[in-house]
Structures are given as structure tokens and as C-alpha cells.
Design a binder for this molecule. Structure first.
Ligand code: F6R
Length: 653
């Protein structure tokens, strides 16, 4: 993939508004197949700039960003330096921002980040690296900010600025309210930004409240800008930035006025953009089955009519007349779509024995299936598919649950202290001699510095707490004791929020379990677009195991179903199997989630949603049922949704 600047004449890209009026985007948007290939293309553009400048004996002035978005760009630049001799001797860099109050050796400081990901691994001259200081006394700060601007100007201005985008729409740390002409200054971080940063800081309380950032005006002066946006959770803000009005409430929208900016997104981040979300509204469509389903479901919601009542005018008024022309009549299209959607509903997620299964999501035979449910954290199984789990065990299947990680990082210190004291006092009660071990562990917890890493014993206690909760919930759901597996994949246990990358050791563990059980069905958490989270790594471990086993005879008989994590649900038009829950089943599901006591009442990684996990799960499952109901399908209390994964073709079915 090549990204080409709008300034150069590039026939493959038609600037919006000039040639392609159907698009609503006001900036150049390039959709990369995935974050890795997108990052490599961006790194190539940066490398070319550095080389072009070097050839002319000039310095390349780079504006750099931190955060998760640019990590793979830096990794590729480091690779190019090591393997292809790309030199950074002619690079002067200016970073966008820095938290206040963090020493440069603090792993959460942006100074540390940049050295860890880039500067320590390339030949850039120390004196050419500039990261704003967050340690200035207030009395000196103003002058520091002026000097930062002057230094950029003296270097000749930024040739290139790399950006990420925050969920608030910030670029750098220019939060909503920032003015277009703003310069480098100290700002107060938005609450959402702090919530997003909380996991790396081990809790919201430890996230700095202020930062020093280049201004919007500083960024806009760059000669070339690339903004990176990866993953579903950036989809909404990305659409607003590229299609919405220019407003101080979403500072990234100012970029619409820059003459040489490209937004590079992956599929997840692009999905709300009109051209992808509802393409029939902006351009002629070649209709396929997937788009037809999506469009009909969308139309039903848009005109607030059940599918069977959609009329010719509804289709014509909403950019879908070509679909009608292709399908014949609204009536026949309605019936066809209604049947497809209603066939996704089944109360027999493991297949209904002894019936015609030609229009059911799962096969009838074998009647009693061996099933593995992979759960990334110890509570994802019951949160995401607790009702289905209850059905699978009640319907007589041999259900195994494989907890992929210990989830120890999400246990609060006060819980670890409580359990440690309990163990200590129970030992006293049994008359066992005190070894001082417990006192040492308690001291370790109490003396841990803010934002520090837990000692191995403390991690073990926290892991045991979650193990006990998971075992209780699984037993309650009808899973046999011997079918509960705690895989403790090694990538997870760093003690930090940042995990190690997936390794063969992780894949081996998953593969061995699949090999041992030879399942007819596998359920796994399908957070495909989450670029760096634990769920994605856990899914990659499952995919790795499937890849190694796919030629085995027994695997030809195995269906893989993906559920979504705690936050999102599959879009209605994409659901392949929808399992209805009776109100009493929903109560039992809630009960199973309750066993995860350490994850109740203000958990460590709450996110920007202060509902309890059971509340989120119920709202989500009720929401799915309501959508089905609104489409004119049967009305249920709640529904859990799945999509099938074809591991031979490596695609969603
Ligand atoms: C980082 C910065 C921020 C981030 C933004 C996205 O230097 O200024 O604007 O680019 O918060 O962060 P990630 O990439 O972690 O999603």
C-alpha cells in the first residue's frame, strides 16, 4: 500500500469535493487493510522524506506523537534503520506533548515512551530530540512554550507531523475548546482522556491532570500531516472529524482546513464513515448478500418499520432502488430477508438433535457435542455468553471452559489484602506455625509505590482470587469441575497493563487443549479489531492453534463461533446465531456474573461506562432482543449473539 500526499499529483486519489462529490468526507481518508500494513506505509513515507532531505544535505523536521497509534510506525522505522540502514542523523524531532509532573525515567512519561519505541534504537543525535518538558515551574513555563515554538520555526518548521486522535477528538493534547490558532501551552486533560489513560497508570487517580502540548496552530503549520486511527473505538470520532463541521468541540476537525493531510484508518476505525456504513446513501452500489442484509436492517430502523412492512417508496427514497430493481419487488425482498434473519434464532446453540437442521445455525449431529469455550479473562464467558453456556450444559453437551489469562491485573490491592489476611488467620486457626510469609506479602502490597508493579506472590494471590470466582461461576453454569481449564497464557503475566506479544508458547497451550478435547464446537471472544488488547491476543492464540490443527480430520467437524467482549455486540445484520434468553435465564446469567466479586463495585478498569458488568451485559442482550423485535421478528427478553468463523478461509461467515 502506498499513501501519497494530496500535494503530489496522484491519479489513484481523487480529492473529495473536486472529483468525487458522492463522498461526505472533507479530508483524504485512506483505509488500510489493517493497522500493521497502514503503519508500514506511513513509515515508508517518513523514511522517504528523511532520505530525500539527506540527499539534499538538509535536515528532516519531524513532529512525533506517542500513544498506541504510532507504535507500529516506530517499530517499522527501527526495522528500516537496523536492516536497511535508514539513518536518522539528519532528523530533528519535536514531540507533540508531555504529561506534567512525570520524570523522564517514569515509564508513563512520553520522553520514556519515545526512547523506548524509537530513539534508543536509531542513530538520531540526542541534541536533535525535543520533547516538551512537563517539569517546568509555572514561572518558567510560558517562556519554555514560546521557546519550543521558536525552536520549531528556527529549524525551518515541521516537514511532517504524525498524529493520533483521542476519543475526545483531541490532537496532541488539544482537548475540546482549543482554539485554531493555539500555540504550545499547558492544558487540563479532559476526563475521557484521563479515563483512557487510566489502565496504563494503574487507576484514574494516578493519571496527571495537566499536560504541555503543541497547539492546534503549531500542528497546522506542518507541511504534511498524517493522522492514524485504529480500531472500532475510534470509529465515531473519526467520522465526526472527517465528515462533521469544523468546531473547537472536536479539535481534530480543524485539520479539514489543512491542505496536505491524510487520515489513515483500519477497517474498524472507518466503519462509521458514511461511505462504508451506509454506502447506498452516497454512491452507486454493486449489491451483494452482505450489503443487502445490512441495508435492509438499516432501512427498517431508519423508517421505523418492521421488515415485512417496508415499501417500494421506503427503498427508493433511501438510495436502494437499484436493490429493488435487482430483487424484483419489495415484498419478495422483505420475505427473503425476514427468513434469513429469523433462521439465526435458535434456543439450541449446540444444535437441536433429531430435527432437519438445513436452516439452523448449528448441526443437529452429534447430539452430544464436545465444546470448548475460550474466555480471555475469567469473567468473559458468563458476561458475553452466560445464557448460552447455561443452555449448552442443560442440553447435555460436554462443555469445557478454558480461561486464557489469570486476569490478576484487575484485582484491587484491598481484595488481595483481605484474602491474604484470611489465609493468615485461617492458618492460625488451624494452629499452623507462622512463617512470616503473609506479613511479607502484606508489606509488599502496602509499600508498593503508586503505579508500581505487584510482586510475584501478590500477583499469585490476585490470580487465585479470580480463579476461585471463575470456578464458582462455571460450576453454577453446569460445567464439570474437570472441564475447567486455567491456561495462564504466558504473554499476560508481565504484572503490567502492557503485555508481552503473543508467542509460540501461548499458541502451544491452546493447540494442546484443542488437540486433547477434539471439539465439535469452539466459542471464543471475537474482538477482531481491538489492535492491542488482551482479547485480541487471546483470539490470535486460538487462531494460531486452529491453523496448526486445521488438517486434522476431527477439525473438519468443528464449528467456531465468536462472541463479542463486554463492550460491543455484533451488528444485527452480521449475526449468524442468536440465542434467546427467557427472563429467568437472564436472572441466572446475572447470578453467574455476580460470582466475580472482585470485578464489582467500581472495578479497576471501568472504562468510560460506570455501569456494573452485569448491567452492561443485560442492556446489551436486551438491546439485541429489541432490535430483533423492531425488525418484526419474535419478541424475547434478551438475546446473545454469535458469528461463525471459517478457520480454513480465515474469514467471518
Ligand atoms: C500523543 C497525543 C495524543 C494521542 C491520542 C491517541 O502524543 O498527543 O493526541 O495521539 O490520545 O492516543 P492512542 O494512540 O493511545 O489511542
Amino acid at each position: 500500500m502506498m499513501i501519497s500526499s494530496t500535494k503530489k499529483v496522484d491519479v489513484s486519489y481523487k480529492p473529495v469535493g473536486l472529483f468525487d462529490e458522492r463522498r461526505l468526507e472533507k479530508m483524504q481518508v485512506v483505509v488500510a487493510p489493517n493497522a500493521v500494513s497502514g503503519s508500514i506505509a506511513v513509515a515508508q513515507e517518513i523514511a522517504q522524506l528523511i532520505k530525500d532531505k539527506a540527499a539534499k544535505g538538509e535536515m528532516a523536521i519531524l513532529g512525533l506523537a506517542t500513544g498506541s497509534s504510532p507504535i507500529k510506525v516506530y517499530a517499522e522505522l527501527v526495522r528500516m534503520h537496523k536492516e536497511e540502514g535508514l539513518s536518522f542523523q539528519n532528523v530533528i524531532s519535536f514531540n507533540l506533548d508531555e504529561y506534567t509532573g512525570l520524570e523522564s525515567n517514569n515509564p508513563e512519561s512520553y520522553w520514556y515512551f519515545m526512547h523506548e519505541h524509537l530513539f534508543n534504537h536509531v542513530d538520531v543525535k540526542d541534541g536533535n530530540v525535543n520533547v516538551p518538558s512537563g517539569l517546568m515551574a509555572d514561572s518558567e513555563l510560558n517562556q519554555f512554550c514560546i521557546d519550543y515554538e521558536l525552536k520549531i520555526e528556527a529549524a525551518g518548521g515541521l516537514d511532517f507531523q504524525l498524529l493520533g486522535i483521542g476519543r475526545t477528538g483531541h490532537i496532541g493534547f488539544n482537548e475540546p475548546g482549543s482554539q485554531k490558532k493555539s500555540a504550545t501551552r499547558k492544558i487540563t486533560l479532559d476526563h475521557i482522556t484521563r479515563v483512557d489513560a487510566a489502565p496504563s497508570f494503574h487507576g484514574l487517580d494516578y493519571v496527571p491532570r495537566t499536560a504541555v502540548t503543541m497547539g492546534v496552530g503549531t500542528i497546522m503549520k506542518a507541511k504534511r500531516i498524517i493522522l492514524l486511527s485504529w480500531g472500532d473505538n475510534k470509529a465515531e470520532v473519526t467520522k465526526e472529524m472527517v465528515e462533521g463541521p469544523i468546531t473547537k468541540d472536536l479539535p481534530a476537525s480543524y485539520l479539514q482546513e489543512h491542505e496536505n493531510v491524510t487520515v489513515v484508518v483500519d477497517e474498524g476505525a472507518s466503519k462509521d464513515i458514511t461511505r462504508f456504513e451506509t454506502p447506498w446513501l452516497v454512491e452507486p452500489i454493486t449489491w451483494n448478500e452482505e450489503l443487502t442484509r445490512k441495508a435492509v436492517v438499516w432501512l427498517s430502523a431508519a423508517v421505523k418499520k418492521p421488515i415485512l412492512k417496508l415499501g417500494t417508496k421506503d427503498y427508493n427514497d433511501n438510495g436502494m432502488s437499484s436493490l429493488l430493481a435487482q430483487e424484483g419487488t419489495a415484498y419478495s425482498l422483505n420475505i427473503r430477508m425476514f427468513n434469513i434473519l429469523s433462521d439465526t434464532i435458535t434456543g439450541w446453540p449446540g444444535g437441536k438433535p433429531g430435527v432437519d437442521d438445513s436452516r439452523r445455525p448449528e448441526r443437529a449431529e452429534p447430539a452430544r457435542k464436545r465444546i470448548i469455550v475460550f474466555s480471555p479473562h475469567p469473567d468473559d464467558d458468563v458476561i458475553s455468553m452466560g445464557g448460552t453456556l447455561l443452555r449448552l450444559t442443560a442440553q447435555g453437551h460436554d462443555v469445557h471452559i478454558a480461561y486464557q489469562t489469570s486476569g490478576n491485573i484487575a484485582v484491587a490491592d484491598h481484595d488481595a489484602i483481605r484474602f491474604c489476611e484470611f489465609a493468615q488467620q485461617f492458618n492460625d486457626h488451624l494452629g499452623k506455625e507462622r512463617t512470616g510469609q503473609y506479613d511479607r506479602i502484606l508489606e509488599e502490597i502496602k509499600n508498593k509505590p503508586a503505579n508500581g508493579i505487584d510482586a510475584a506472590d501478590v500477583r499469585a494471590i490476585k490470580g487465585l482470587i479470580r480463579k476461585g470466582e471463575a470456578n464458582s461461576a462455571a460450576r453454577y453454569s453446569g460445567v464439570k469441575e474437570e472441564n475447567i481449564h486455567h491456561l495462564e497464557l504466558p504473554f499476560y503475566d508481565t504484572g503490567k497493563v502492557k503485555k508481552a506479544p503473543l508467542s509460540q508458547a501461548d499458541v502451544d497451550i491452546v493447540r494442546d487443549l484443542i488437540e486433547e478435547i477434539k471439539p465439535h464446537q469452539i466459542f471464543a471472544a471475537g474482538d477482531l479489531a481491538d489492535p492491542h488488547g488482551t482479547h485480541k491476543v487471546c483470539l490470535d492464540a486460538v487462531f494460531g492453534g486452529l491453523e496448526e490443527l486445521k488438517e486434522e480430520e476431527y477439525m473438519k467437524n468443528c464449528n467456531v463461533w465468536l462472541y463479542r467482549g463486554a463492550w460491543h455486540e455484533w451488528p444485527i445484520s452480521e449475526i449468524g446465531m442468536c440465542v434467546p434468553l427467557h427472563p429467568e435465564e437472564l436472572d441466572r446469567k446475572r447470578q453467574a456474573i455476580f460470582f466475580h466479586q472482585s470485578q464489582k463495585d467500581g472495578v479497576m478498569f471501568q472504562g468510560n461506562d460506570d455501569r456494573e458488568f452485569w448491567q452492561r451485559a443485560e442492556a446489551r442482550n436486551r438491546g439485541t432482543a429489541e432490535c430483533y423485535d423492531n425488525l418484526g421478528l419474535p419478541e424475547y427478553e434478551a438475546m446473545e449473539a454469535f458469528r461463525q468463523w471459517d478457520f480454513y478461509k480465515k474469514e467471518l461467515v
